[in-house]
Ligand binder design. Structure first.
Ligand SMILES: [Zn+2]
Length: 432
């Protein structure tokens, strides 16, 4: 079974052919002409060592796009829970992060990327600092990454420009890596520093990513300081004049939604992080009705506490229905698109990524559907959102390269990686 996430043909039984990093063949078993094309593809490629993956009992779909995370925060998983956002940041997260060296970030990022690939996520948008260290982990694991060096006002600001240059250099020449500046949020960045980031984005022809209206506190602080909403403040600082991803947008007015829509901003919805930190529920059904592009993100593993996009899809649908008081909103197909097509749109790769079509990039995942929680095979799209589990992922291709095979990473020793993570964390905790 192939779920294309293409509205013209949502799913079918057939074959998909890859050459290099591209999908070159999408063939339906029900079509005589397509069956002929499969035979021709086989004949043309057999001399060149064609590798065939048997998809029987499995479902093929585009890899998932996680549009908001802080992947190295896997190091803080289950370290500080059940606290309010500001206390959580000031008392636990920031002191731990102050101890992190670039190599620690690479180790934490590798762990998060291993978790992502094994659960079918093939692209992440990562916001952190020392993103060159995250770039190294992306190269090690083979995942596609949008690397977003972040800053707040104060000393972190002076490091930001160097961080951005280093990240651009680290991504150079690698077609699975791209870069975006990432101001942290409206409450932690002055208008002057926001404008600096926008100028840099424009100079390098990059987008931007930023946290927007995550909590009521943020709403109140910006209202007191500037007499407007965070969205209005960011618009006035020019943040939405370049392609932007706005993470969270939990507390937004109708006027804010119109600003985001008019500027083509993508909202990265993080339902599990918002629920766990009791930030609130983003009005996603209303955003979709207003014509906004909404993608999904897990946020960091310290506020979720995993990087599982299947969990996120299910939570997005359930929370959306509960918030709207309407079981018909956020239907399964719409949510699958948020995790694929709309995520690709968020990073400017619409039509190239997040879809199975000839001419698109081969970021693909094969899901084992021969499991009790998949039976009976009534509706594969519903199953993806309401029944699928992260460990159903069998095979993963990123940019045409097989990075997970039979549920195992092909290029990384998972056991050694987990041991290295434990060593890094004990060393840092010893210093706190
Ligand atoms: Zn975040």
């Amino acid at each position: 079974m192939t779920a294309t996430v293409d509205d013209s043909r949502k799913y079918f039984t057939g074959s998909v052919g890859i050459e290099g990093n591209m999908i070159v063949l999408v063939a339906d078993d029900d079509s005589e002409e397509d069956r002929q094309r499969v035979e021709e593809f086989r004949a043309a490629n057999n001399g060149g060592g064609l590798r065939e993956v048997d998809g029987r009992g499995k479902l093929l779909m585009p890899g998932l796009v996680n549009t908001h995370t802080h992947v190295a925060m896997t190091l803080m998983r289950n370290m500080a829970d059940d606290l309010p956002l500001m206390a959580w940041l000031h008392e636990r997260v920031w002191p731990f992060e102050a101890q992190l060296k670039p190599h620690d970030i690479t180790v934490g990022a590798r762990l998060g990327m291993a978790e992502m690939l094994l659960s079918g996520t093939t692209t992440l948008v990562d916001m952190y600092w020392h993103e060159a260290a995250v770039a190294q982990a992306a190269r090690d694991t083979g995942i596609r990454a949008v690397l977003c060096p972040s800053f707040i006002d104060g000393e972190r600001m002076s490091e930001f420009e160097r961080d951005l240059e280093e990240t651009l250099a680290a991504a150079e020449g690698c077609d699975t890596l791209s870069v975006r500046p990432a101001p942290h949020a409206a409450y932690s960045c002055s208008a002057e520093n926001l404008r600096r980031a926008v100028d840099l984005a424009r100079r390098h022809r990059l987008g931007i990513t930023i946290h927007v209206s995550e909590t009521l506190d943020e709403q109140r602080i910006i209202r007191e300081r500037h007499g407007c909403t965070p969205t209005e403040y960011l618009r006035d600082a020019g943040v939405f004049s370049v392609p932007a991803i706005a993470a969270h947008c939990v507390h937004v007015t109708d006027g804010d939604m119109e600003i985001l829509r008019a500027h083509g901003v993508t909202v990265a919805h993080n339902p599990q992080s918002n629920m766990k930190l009791a930030s609130g529920a983003a009005p996603v059904a209303r955003m979709l009705a207003a014509g906004l592009n909404v993608s999904l993100g897990t946020d960091g593993a310290s506020s979720n506490n995993d990087l599982d996009m299947w969990d996120e899809m299910r939570s997005a649908s359930l929370l959306g229905k509960l918030t709207a008081g309407d079981p018909a909103v956020m239907p399964a197909y719409e949510v699958v698109k948020m995790a694929t097509v709309d995520g690709a749109k968020a990073i400017g790769m619409e039509g190239m990524l997040g879809i199975i079509a000839e001419g698109a990039i081969a970021d693909l995942i094969l899901i084992d559907t021969e499991k009790p929680h998949w039976y009976p095979h009534n509706n594969p799209i519903s199953a993806l959102v309401y029944s699928a589990q992260a460990h159903d992922i069998h095979t993963v291709f990123v940019n045409g390269r097989e990075v997970v095979s039979g549920g195992r990473l092909t290029g990384l020793d998972t056991l050694a990686l987990m041991q290295e993570v434990s060593a890094v964390v004990s060393r840092i905790e010893g210093r706190l």
